[in-house]
Design a protein around this ligand. Structure first.
Ligand code: ARG
Length: 423
């Protein structure tokens, strides 16, 4: 029996080595999962079926990824283009909820994981796999999201997370790869960052980023132009929404995937969407992430602005609290938590009114609204009348309103003054 580097089993869904016959591996083509593809065959004496999910990672060649998986001994490799589903069923609800975790992270990774896990369960079943393997570490949020989703969707499915147990660092993995003829992209020279990306954003973690005292090195940024190198001329971008759904860019109607890609491309040119973020992970640690989120910054800014224009003061104040809760549940990997479904019903209801166009000005890393129009705007000069006769607003009524509105505060102030005088 070969020596196994697996940890003692803690959770019910973790696989006993002798029960592992056929593994569905979530395969990216990178170093971790390539080493894993070989390692699982050797350590578990199991067959491996690879699954690669396209969520719009820029510059990925899926034929190459598939070829590599097969070359490393996968009995099959499925490549699934899930961009439409990701945009419609994951990113769109996030837009309706103005989803930002910790004030800066638009959740692209957190949104992708439940979809990847759902597809893993589907393909594992179809390919007769008893176990799902993923390349997440034991320190991050992604293990929580993937394992929580798999366990919710298929309580019988077993899971292995080799990186949590194999105790190889980057150097050892590269050595293992060399030994087993696994091609290493970029060799040892590649920047030592952990990258995750899809059509809603890109993150870099690890390596020199962990030194909080230092500004990010230039080699981190792969999408967004440095703001100081962005064009000297500003650019306007008009984002059109129908019931909360972005449907057009600069007057052109676009499908959601294409719209997000084009918004991203415009933003990148102008240095939009760089976020240097300290984040509270769900597993207790803090982490520093460097995000490039040009599409999210443009679309979320426009959506928030339009929502503000059509919502009442009560809706606007209340919704931002629920937006917060939505982002937290998704960050925390609880995609199938019923509260999220309840919140989605609320988001959909509010977004029924979110129709109109917001124009943003992009200039050297900054973006902000400069023009707005909506048939549902509550900013309606004619209807309100602004104090002229015939409008709904009456300046004559103002002093009466002020007297009653301030009543409790004035009384409390008077009582405090009186009691201070007595003591
Ligand atoms: N901090 C983000 C999150 O927890 C991004 C993680 C991205 N993963 C990575 N391997 N770089 O969702």
């Amino acid at each position: 029996m070969p020596e196994r580097h697996t940890l003692t089993k803690t959770a019910s869904y973790e696989a006993d080595p002798e029960d592992v016959g056929r593994v569905l591996l979530l395969y990216s083509g990178g170093l971790d999962t390539s080493v894993m593809l070989k390692w699982i065959q050797d350590e578990y004496d199991a067959e491996v079926v690879a699954l690669t999910v396209n969520l719009g990672q820029p510059g990925e060649d899926y034929d190459v990824v598939r070829g590599k998986a097969l070359q490393l001994g996968a009995v099959d490799c499925f490549v699934v283009d899930a961009r439409e589903e990701f945009a419609r069923d994951y990113v769109l609800p996030a837009i309706k909820a103005n989803a930002l975790y910790g004030g800066g992270y638009p959740l692209f990774t957190a949104l992708g994981r439940p979809l990847i896990a759902k597809l893993a369960v589907k393909h594992a079943r179809e390919a007769g796999c008893d176990t799902i393997a993923h390349g997440c570490t034991g320190k991050g949020n992604d293990q929580v999201r993937i394992e929580g989703t798999v366990a919710a969707l298929d309580p019988e499915m077993k899971i292995i997370a080799p990186v949590r147990g194999w105790q190889m660092g980057r150097e050892e993995e590269i050595a293992y790869a060399r030994e087993h003829g696994i091609p290493v992209k970029g060799g040892t020279e590649a920047p030592p960052y952990s990258i995750d990306d899809n059509l809603w954003g890109r993150s870099s973690e690890g390596g020199p980023i962990e030194n909080l005292a230092e500004p990010p090195h230039d080699d981190v940024f792969d999408l967004v132009t440095r703001p100081e190198d962005a064009p000297d001329e500003p650019e306007l971008v008009a984002v059109e929404f129908e019931r909360g759904v972005p449907v057009g860019l600069n007057g052109k109607r676009l499908g959601l995937v294409e719209l997000l890609e084009q918004a991203g491309a415009i933003g990148m040119r102008h240095g939009i969407g760089i976020v240097d973020h300290i984040e509270d992970r769900i597993v207790g640690l803090k982490v520093r992430d460097l995000y490039e989120v040009p599409a999210a910054e443009i679309i979320l800014t426009a959506h928030r602005e339009l929502e503000k224009l059509v919502g009442t003061i009560h809706q606007n104040q209340f919704k931002s609290q629920l937006d917060h809760q939505w982002a937290f549940l998704v960050y925390a990997g609880l995609w199938y938590e019923p509260l999220l479904e309840d919140l989605n019903a609320f988001m959909d209801s509010v977004n029924e009114q979110v129709t109109g166009t917001i124009t943003l000005k992009l200039y050297k890393g900054k973006s902000g609204p400069v023009a707005r129009s909506s048939p549902n705007a509550l900013y309606d000069a004619a209807l309100a009348g602004f104090g002229e006769s015939g409008g709904l607003f009456s300046q004559q009524a103002s002093p009466g309103f002020i007297e009653l509105w301030s009543l409790q505060s004035r009384m409390a102030h008077a009582v405090r003054q009186r009691n201070k005088g007595e003591s």
